[in-house]
Design a binder for this molecule. Structure first.
Ligand code: ZN
Length: 272
């Protein structure tokens, strides 16, 4: 599933090809995505020029000059890449934005849990965006915030960290990895973790996400490759998906628990 680093890598990968370009044609082959493609999308977009791409949590924001923004979510299996006019669509290539230089922004999504929607007003007032917590790589996110929001909360720290109202974009992989780096047991009650440990956890979250984005940067050329999908990157993971394997730090067998209905792997020795 595309997580925040993949969405940010997508933004950086497609931005140079679409910013400042005029949309000359919109092709919708399948409108039944998680949110149906708005019926007036073609009227709104044809002739419009694309502004500077943004991202909020896992939403890609594509503003057009003159007002309005496309809100794009990649769902479970979505990807955006740059094709050329005349390049035949593959199965599951649902939406094309054809640009004035012959490039095509092409959306591919086998499971169709992603969507593209149109925001007429200011994007930050959209209900989906307004309630989100701060970005994990912004100054608004730190150990103090985690500490303050967690007081008297009995839920386990891992689902607390994955709550979008606390901080956005920390999915299962990066929550597990950050808790390992910070040495915190994912089962520990959020309200019983010290300020000092939350400082370490906030730093670990930033570290794992920044590393993934940096690594993603090496795959940017894949956004314009003629075949396949953008290469999402397999980071060297310490715990996620490694239950039963030895801890890279101490050698103990990594354990699996379920927290907030999500599988969570951790080291019982290194994480307390
Ligand atoms: Zn260990």
């Amino acid at each position: 599933m595309p997580e925040l680093p993949e969405v940010e890598t997508t933004r950086r990968g497609i931005a140079p090809h679409v910013e400042g370009r005029e949309i000359t044609e919109v092709i919708v082959r399948q409108s039944r995505l998680r949110v149906p493609v708005p019926e007036d999308l073609i009227d709104r977009l044809v002739g419009a020029r694309i502004g500077s791409l943004g991202r909020r949590a896992k939403y890609l924001l594509i503003p057009v000059e003159g007002g309005g923004t496309l809100l794009w979510h990649l769902g479970m299996s979505g990807s955006l890449r740059i094709a050329r006019v005349g390049e035949l669509p593959k199965k599951h290539d649902h939406v094309d934005l054809v640009l004035d230089d012959g490039a095509v922004l092409r959306y591919h999504d086998p499971r169709r849990f992603g969507f593209v929607d149109w925001l007429a007003g200011d994007a930050e007032h959209d209900a989906r965006l307004a309630k989100l917590g701060p970005e994990p790589l912004s100054e608004a996110f730190d150990g103090e915030r985690l500490y303050e929001l967690s007081r008297r909360r009995r839920m386990a720290v891992k689902p607390f960290l994955m709550d979008n109202a606390v901080v956005v974009g920390v999915g299962n992989i990066y929550a597990a990895e950050a808790l390992f780096l910070a040495g915190i047991d994912p089962r520990r009650a959020a309200g019983r973790i010290s300020r000092e440990r939350y400082d370490r956890l906030a730093a670990a979250v930033s570290e794992v996400l920044a590393a993934a984005i940096t690594q993603g940067g090496t795959t940017l050329r894949d956004f314009v490759s003629g075949t396949g999908e953008p290469g999402y990157f397999a980071q060297r993971l310490n715990v996620y998906g490694r239950d039963g394997e030895p801890c890279r730090r101490c050698g103990a067998e990594l354990r699996l628990v379920t927290l907030g209905q999500r599988a969570s792997v951790f080291c019982g020795e290194c994480q307390t």
